[in-house]
Design a protein around this ligand. Sequence first.
Ligand SMILES: Cc1ncc(COP(=O)(O)O)c(C=O)c1O
Length: 382
Amino acid sequence: MKTTRRGFVSTIALGTAASVLAGTSLTSKRARAQTRAQSKSGVYDNGIIQLNQNESARGPGPKTMSALHAHVNKRVGRGYSPDHVNELRAGIANYYDVETANVQLATGSTPLLQGSVRAFCSADKKFVTPMPTYSTSLGTARQIGAATEEQSLDSSLSVDLDALASAAPGAGLLYLCNPNNPTGTAHGPEAVERFVRRVMREAPGTMVHIDEAYINYARPGAIETALPLALEFENVFITRSFSKAHGLAGLRIGYALAQEQTLAKIRSAWGMGDVNMLGAIAALTALEDKEHIAWEAQENAEIRNMVVGTFREMGFEVGDSNTNHIFVNIRRPASEFRAACLEQKVLVGRDFPPLEQTHCRISLGSREEMEIAVEVFRKVLS
Ligand SMILES: Cc1ncc(COP(=O)(O)O)c(C=O)c1O
């Protein structure tokens, strides 16, 4: 179906009033309208529509914002023994029905990515990663002089789990970003379990990191958390981030879930930072606000459909994304496309070698931002 600008605007009205908010209370409807008004003012943030970093364009939900306001007013002068950090750890444990010892907090999931490479890789224990994928771990491996192996994606731009498992014997750490950044592809629970069990059988000394930063944006039924595998095997851990669907990138909170001794190895290799009181109260509120996360996912999915539909209608290939970004075959260097979009005040993603001559990652902004952005994409690609 052709997605016109007018059609999209009417989808906003209909989708919002009917399906998205169906069943929510009047108060939360009002709060969401407020969030929408705030996100509208985010158009041209710093003069540019920023579609380059996979943050939530909508930020945290209304309950999280209220919790933040309440605590800013009361408690920021006190924070060396921050309230709510232990509560957050316990809240996460409770949410997943695990022990607090299975939860490692960090200032964003980044220190966990860095710490795990430092803990498990070295010159003779290689770090193995698909490419393109999120590259913080690879950057750390290079920084510490660890051996590295980069693997191509398969022909559908999915991570090749067989290839990854084949590289496991003798490796220090395998990295699996599920759903994958930048391609948005995801592996379902059977495929992940098969992969993990094969690695545990054939390479019992190798660690597996499953990065689930984007899991809340996945299509229904596409993915399940690998937490049961992380609890079963000492050599498996998962990481999560509050920077994506929970809208808290600026507050820097992430966590790992794994067996206690695995987490101890990661934190002894690298500092995890100090999660602060405001971050903790925000994360705890956001974690427990399931209604808002469902709304955020729905909002993102509708925007994703509109943008993907526009590219397909223009004849460009785009995979079915499970994230808040899309990876488009623009059939020209990403750098050219990026420069042309930036002239129109839209900033899209960086190069993702080895696909930087053909593909570009575009993070999904708010509806208002994407309405403007698709017109820019049409103009630049026409
Ligand atoms: C796959 C993936 N993992 C981890 C991160 C790091 O996020 P943070 O440190 O904000 O939790 C990102 C950020 O873009 C990401 O894309």
